[in-house]
Design a protein around this ligand. Sequence first.
Ligand SMILES: Cc1cc2nc3c(=O)[nH]c(=O)nc-3n(C[C@H](O)[C@H](O)[C@H](O)COP(=O)(O)OP(=O)(O)OC[C@H]3O[C@@H](n4cnc5c(N)ncnc54)[C@H](O)[C@@H]3O)c2cc1C
Length: 307
Amino acid sequence: MSVIRDTGQRALLPPFTDEHEQLRETIGRWVATEIAPHVDEWEAAREFPRELYRRAGELGFLGLKYPVELGGQGGDYVHDAVWAEELAAAGASGGVGAGLGAHTGIATPPVYRFGTPDQHERFLRPAIAGERIAALGITEPGAGSDVASIRTFARKVDGGYVVNGSKTFITNGVRADFLVTAVKTTEEGGHQGLSFLVLEKEMEGYSVSKKLDKLGWRASDTAELAFADVFVPDENLLGEENKGFYLIMANFQWERLVMALGAVGSMGRMIERTVAYASERTAFDRPIGKLQAIRHKIAEMAVKHEA
Ligand SMILES: Cc1cc2nc3c(=O)[nH]c(=O)nc-3n(C[C@H](O)[C@H](O)[C@H](O)COP(=O)(O)OP(=O)(O)OC[C@H]3O[C@@H](n4cnc5c(N)ncnc54)[C@H](O)[C@@H]3O)c2cc1C
């Protein structure tokens, strides 16, 4: 009779392979040494150093799923999933993960997918290197879940567009060098009248109207932005005019998964901390982790996390 020996090693779950696990270790080590020791300070300061983007770029983390020709690592979405999970486990700071994650997970994907070669060079390559910070500007004071009701208007003029309007809750909004922005390009707007323009920080009329405070994720900068007669040249139109709603929907697929991956990453970290606490906290003369009800709770949490 042959018996499979239990080595005590956790089996890999598809689609993750050994290669992904090596990446997980590399990112995990970086998070543990260069992020975790500083997160309390960064959360209190309501920002983390801009330098962290450049450092992540240098280590290749900002371009895991992008082609080598554009400065990326030539990986795929599963590599990026590892990044999202490990970032979320960044000590006690969802904010650092949100800031770096918005750059890689929601703001640069549409530039890669819908951008021209020229836009790849101007926006994606420096973003992969961590030299230019990206943000995605969809939400407005009057348009959240109902994204089709966006009011920011881009009026067509010779050689480009003139943009007026505002955005809110924009992650990386205060320091973003460029903003992948949803605008109306017809008076009616809606599903058939939205487009995307890349707005750049130095464009006249582009301003950060407010840095928003939050209950959590405090190290991540979240901003309100205002656009007053911002001229945006034609070469900054991303994708087809009036097809922006499709871009939003395409982007949401990964954005929603990234949110779930982040939840999985932080849940894993919480279980580790719970187990450690249950081992050291004593009540009625023993660690509470020896109490059966607590052990059941932890087992249930671990099963949910694995699922
Ligand atoms: C920390 C943070 C970072 C963010 N970063 C970005 C960013 O980088 N870029 C960006 O563009 N946006 C960003 N957002 C905005 C985010 O995408 C919106 O908050 C989200 O789309 C919801 O919109 P809303 O807040 O206007 O809520 P609303 O759409 O007004 O929803 C309010 C409530 O009504 C419920 N609701 C809405 N519609 C329905 C319905 N049809 N049926 C049942 N219930 C409904 C919602 O579930 C919610 O509970 C961020 C938000 C936060 C909090």
